[in-house]
Ligand binder design. Structure first.
Ligand code: AMP
Ligand code: MG
Length: 345
């Protein structure tokens, strides 16, 4: 079985092809990089519309896959930016109709877990999902993926990006800050904001900007911000691991490319006798392969949607998504009040 997956939730348009052994047969991605400032949903969507047809072609060529060999077309249904989601969903619908193959909706956050889960070999890991817009600790419990903790304000990646721009740098800030932090020497005290299983970054943002204005060096600030923010993420992940008596932790999201974060989580998990796994960078960041793989799991469990019922769901909640491929899953219908409003296709 071979599934083609389309990712377009935010700044990255990506097409992946994956087979039944979770082998990434092909992966073609293109990230929208705004000249200045953050991403504008409509501009990112225009970018996706422009590049997706070529990415589909590139993925098929690279994987030497003929359209007739594709068993299903999966797409990221949500959560994400509406216009961006619609760009990917439109391409997926067209391929599904042209190739006469089932259309499979996939939750973006669940896809981060599933690709890390299969690559790690861990059966039931906890995911620390640290990306631009999302910062969540996710685990499977009683039939669904549950968000056990998350950011109360901005995503960690957006926080790093914005701060870096305040310091005079350019988007994306995370990787640049990682390099500069290696030269940091002095650890400035910054607000450490953990509330139970949740974290918040706005206090640290204000404090770091104020220190910068008072002349604190950028390497020292980069170092201090990394150490403080990643300690917060490590703490909530540890709490989840302790409560669930989990076997291990997997990482996902662009910020999970960061070596300091990987190291801090690894030493925490290994200190508790567990296993930590971080996928290769190309599969940590947003990518079509994770959508394809999760689509394959869903398709094998009989999940598909008619084109007419394939509306994107910008606010799709992780814990409202059925996961019948995981044993022990029962999926009672959520009460109507819990179902977020559906966006137009
Ligand atoms: P995503 O939203 O998952 O595609 O990830 C994008 C985010 O990851 C951006 O906010 C980047 O600044 C951040 N990022 C990428 N690489 C690194 C890194 N090495 N360290 C910290 N943040 C990173
Ligand atoms: Mg993501």
């Amino acid at each position: 079985m071979v599934v083609l997956g389309i990712e377009s939730t935010a700044h990255t348009a990506s097409v992946g092809i994956v087979d039944e052994a979770a082998r990434v047969v092909a992966l073609a991605s293109d990230m929208h990089r705004p000249e200045r400032g953050g991403i504008h949903p409509r501009e990112a969507a225009n970018h996706h519309v422009e590049v997706l047809p070529q990415l589909v072609r590139r993925a098929l060529d690279e994987g030497r896959v003929r359209p007739s060999e594709v068993d299903a077309v999966a797409f990221a249904q949500g959560p994400g930016l509406g216009p961006c989601l619609r760009a990917g969903a439109t391409v997926a619908r067209m391929l599904s109709m042209a190739w006469r193959r089932p259309l499979v909706p996939v939750n973006h956050c669940v896809a981060h877990v599933e690709i890390a889960r299969v690559l790690s070999g861990l059966d039931d890991p906890i995911l620390l999902y640290a990306s631009g817009g999302n910062t969540q600790v996710i685990a499977h419990a009683r039939g669904r993926y549950r968000v056990l903790g998350e950011t109360l304000d901005v995503g960690i990646g957006n926080f790093l990006d914005k701060l870096w721009i305040e310091f005079g740098g350019k988007f994306p800030g995370g990787p640049a800050m990682e390099r500069e932090a290696l030269e940091g020497q002095e650890l400035h005290a910054l607000p450490y904001s953990v509330h139970g299983m949740d974290v918040a970054f706005s206090g640290m943002m204000t404090a770091a900007i104020a220190l910068h204005a008072r002349g604190a060096s950028r390497p020292d600030l980069a170092y201090s911000v990394e150490v403080t923010a990643y300690a917060m993420l490590t703490e909530i992940t540890e709490r989840a691991l302790a409560h669930l008596r989990g076997e291990g932790v997997v990482l996902g999201g662009g910020v999970a490319c960061n070596e300091r974060l990987r190291g801090m989580v690894r030493s925490m998990v290994e200190g508790r006798g567990g296993t930590m796994f971080a996928p290769p960078r190309s599969l940590c960041v947003d990518n079509g392969a994770m959508i394809a793989w999760t689509g394959l799991l869903a398709h094998r469990s009989g999940i598909s949607v008619p084109v007419g019922a394939s509306a994107v769901e910008p606010r799709q909640r992780t814990d409202l998504v059925a996961t019948p491929w995981r044993p022990g899953t029962s999926f009672p219908r959520p009460s109507a009040s819990l179902v977020p409003p559906r966006a137009a296709p």
